[in-house]
Design a protein around this ligand. Structure first.
Ligand code: CO
Length: 151
């Protein structure tokens, strides 16, 4: 495993729609491993492949010690609405208030190509929605109100 450089706001890759993964190669699995190491080193709760410069549809989240990898994710249900402050490893030093679903049901593939479905509430729902946005080329600052700097 290796730490990857996190791409930051201003880099075009963060504004592009990521491409479907048609084959889960060893390169894809290594990228997932590196994403996990990078996310943990930065105390993040999630990271999407475009944030490490890989324009493919996959992300990971880790909330309350539950670690989830999703390849080609699709949100199949959303409920509720919460306005909360959030940040992003690709937009260091900035937080903003974003409207997010309170509940998200999402499906995708795991690294073995097996279909998986997850349900998330609260922080996990927010993380799913935030990371999914990255695959669509959307950053939280595109949606946020009350953007402010933090120390
Ligand atoms: Co982010």
């Amino acid at each position: 495993m290796a730490l990857r450089t996190i791409v930051t706001e201003g880099d075009e890759i963060l504004t592009k729609r990521a491409r479907e993964i048609t084959e889960i190669t060893s390169h894809i699995k290594t990228t997932l491993d590196d994403m996990a190491e990078t996310m943990r080193a930065e105390d993040g709760v999630g990271i999407a492949a475009p944030q490490v410069g890989v324009l493919r549809r996959m992300f990971i989240v880790e909330v309350d010690d539950v670690y989830i990898e999703l390849i080609n994710p699709e949100i199949i249900e959303m409920e509720g609405s919460v306005m909360e402050e959030e940040g992003c490893l690709s937009v260091p030093g900035i937080v903003g208030t974003v409207e997010r679903p309170e509940y998200v049901k999402i499906k995708g593939l795991d690294r073995n190509g097996k279909g998986v479905v997850y349900e998330g509430r609260d922080l996990l729902a927010k993380a799913f929605a935030h990371e999914f946005d990255h695959l669509e080329g959307v950053l939280f600052v595109d949606k946020a109100t009350d953007i402010k700097e933090i120390e």
